[in-house]
Design a protein around this ligand. Structure first.
Ligand code: TMP
Length: 197
């Protein structure tokens, strides 16, 4: 039985969520497992390659979902062991990004239908909110990838906020411009409050 809990970090590129996820996992210690999407497996690498080659948006979406399906068998194993799984990006990334990238009618419904047979919902999702301009300043130190443009990221962030509005219990929106230590403290506080820690 799945006794563990799944918590996810979401946010646009440059929001700093990976750093906060890592710091939180270090603060929690052995009870936590930190994992990431796209994964480091060959399927995860194929998603990155498809993005670099600017393949068709449907191809890219299906690769993200295939990567998640494989990832879930690992996540379920950790949950069975009673771990606190911290996932840096998960399902909401697909809804927020692919909804914007896919050029098909009712992308959201299509994405839901593809995930429907296998998806598990996170217990808590921390959404790091940042102005797209500030996010781009952080990104500019590296070569911008496929989705790293201020106008695109602004729409992705709107999609995230829509998702959060619909599931207010699950989502915790945080100001990504606050001090990192403060953000980690806040995550710990929420997890304790909800009986997860
Ligand atoms: P990263 O910057 O967090 O490593 O994520 C890589 C890129 O992939 C980032 O631009 C967000 C994007 N992405 C999606 O578009 N859909 C997804 O489902 C996931 C997991 C990531």
């Amino acid at each position: 039985m799945m006794n563990g809990k799944l918590i996810t970090f979401e946010g646009i590129d440059g929001s700093g969520k990976s750093t906060i996820a890592r710091m939180l996992s270090e603060r929690i210690g052995e009870f936590a497992v930190l994992t990431v999407e796209p994964t480091k497996s060959w399927i995860g690498k194929s998603v990155i390659r498809a993005m670099e080659e600017q393949r068709d948006p449907i191809t890219i979406a299906l690769l993200f979902i295939a990567d998640r399906k494989e990832h879930l068998s690992e996540i379920e194993k950790w949950l069975d062991e009673g771990k606190l799984v911290i996932c840096d990006r998960f399902i909401d990334s697909t809804f927020a990004y692919q909804k914007e990238h896919l050029n098909i009618p009712d992308a959201e419904r299509w994405l839901s239908a593809v995930h429907e047979p296998f998806l598990i919902k996170p217990d808590v999702t921390f959404l790091l909110r940042i102005t797209p301009e500030k996010a781009m300043e952080r990104i500019e130190e590296r070569v911008p990838a496929l989705f790293e443009h201020a106008s695109f990221l602004a729409r992705v962030q709107e999609n995230y906020l829509d998702l959060a509005e619909r599931e207010r219990e699950r989502f915790v929106i945080m100001d990504a411009e606050r001090e990192k230590e403060e953000l980690v403290d806040e995550c710990l506080r929420v997890l304790k409050e909800r009986g997860i820690l």
